[in-house]
Ligand binder design. Structure first.
Ligand SMILES: Nc1ncnc2c1ncn2[C@@H]1O[C@H](COP(=O)(O)OP(=O)(O)OP(=O)(O)O)[C@@H](O)[C@H]1O
Ligand SMILES: [Mg+2]
Length: 324
């Protein structure tokens, strides 16, 4: 079982308009609503790829029935913790050319009891050997150590934890030695700045993705994968240090590609009952990570992948050693 936690879900609203003109009013052609958030994307990708996943998220009372209906219609198993704090909205205004203008609310603070219920839900859902993914931002006022606390609790229960958050929450979680961390380049830079206070003292080259991945391992992660958009991903685990990417980058919608990568990593960790052991096992894991995430780029909506695209893209992945 893979449990995917979304601490800060959103009601994703998409408005279709002809064009966007600042300072004027617009007639909205169509409105689409969807239960959104990074961990929900992870669960959606796993579900599309035929893996068993359970999406856990705190959801405002007023949005709970919509979330249940939407996730149910998409065939996604879920456990929602109802909260008096309303769920934030993310609004995408898409014009006739397909360009999107985004307005993302931050998310209202959650009462402490909601975080306790989230922790209980995770503990109740995952047996030892299960995988927990923690993805995305935290709502305003969330405890700085929330991700660290959840990681520590889950690991004590025998779950393997994959952390896809950035900045200070990732910095705090590193101290709990999660199995895998998967920030993108910017998130890794922010986390390591929070760990070391002063980047120039850390010995980490913030412009070098391998150095960032190594820095995350040195700070506590058992394995670090730093994703870097079309340039693929960089892994450091013990003495295995690899770069994997698609031979030819794709054009499309990269939003949610990182979530598909997290889904692939969770599926690998679940299948192995732990981290891949050794270089060859990692090469196989990274091939899947790149193929799943690249397949997400081909879909217009975050959280979607077509298993046929994944199958086709697997043979287009190249993996090489990172420079020493
Ligand atoms: N244009 C592209 N072509 C091929 N693969 C891509 C492209 N963009 C992203 N990817 C794949 O997706 C992975 C994750 O991308 P990225 O680093 O943008 O994640 P992210 O910033 O965490 O995204 P998000 O948080 O929106 O899901 C990359 O490591 C790469 O394998
Ligand atoms: Mg991401």
């Amino acid at each position: 079982m893979i449990v995917t936690l979304t601490p800060n879900p959103a009601l994703d609203i998409t408005y279709a308009v002809d064009s966007v003109t600042l300072g004027s009013s617009h007639r909205v052609g169509s409105v689409r609503e969807r239960a959104g958030g990074k961990g929900l994307n992870v669960a959606a990708v796993l579900t599309s790829m035929g893996r068993e996943a359970l999406a856990v998220a705190p959801v405002g009372e007023a949005s709970a029935s919509f979330f249940r209906a939407d996730l149910g219609a998409r065939g996604m198993a879920h456990r929602l913790i109802e909260s008096p704090s309303p769920t934030r909205r993310s609004i995408a205004v898409v014009d006739a050319s397909g360009d999107a203008t985004l307005f993302n609310e931050a998310g209202a603070p959650q009462p402490g009891a909601v975080w306790d219920a989230v922790e209980e839900a995770v503990a109740g859902a995952g047996a030892p050997g299960s995988v927990l993914t923690i993805s995305g931002s935290l709502p305003g006022g969330a405890p700085a150590d929330l991700v660290a606390r959840l990681t520590e609790h889950a690991q004590r229960l025998g779950l393997l934890v994959v952390v896809d958050v950035g900045g200070a929450p990732l910095a705090a979680a590193l101290a709990q030695c999660p199995a895998i961390v998967k920030p993108n380049r910017v998130e890794a830079q922010a986390a390591l700045a929070a760990v070391h206070g002063s980047a120039c003292r850390s010995g980490i080259d913030r412009d070098d993705v391998v150095s960032l991945a190594r820095g995350l391992v040195d700070a506590g992660a058992r394995a670090a994968i730093v994703s870097d958009g079309a340039d693929g991903l960089y892994l450091v685990h013990h003495d295995v240090s690899l770069h994997a990417r698609l031979r030819e980058p794709l054009s499309g919608n990269p939003t949610g590609a990182g979530d598909a990568l997290t889904a692939a990593l969770a599926a690998t960790v679940e299948r192995h009952g732990g981290l891949p052991a050794g270089r060859d096992a990692w090469i196989e894991a990274l091939r899947h990570g790149v193929a799943w995430s690249a397949a997400a780029v081909l879909q217009p909506v975050a959280g979607d992948v077509d298993p046929d695209d994944v199958e086709r893209l697997l043979s287009a992945v190249e993996v090489e050693e990172n420079p020493a």
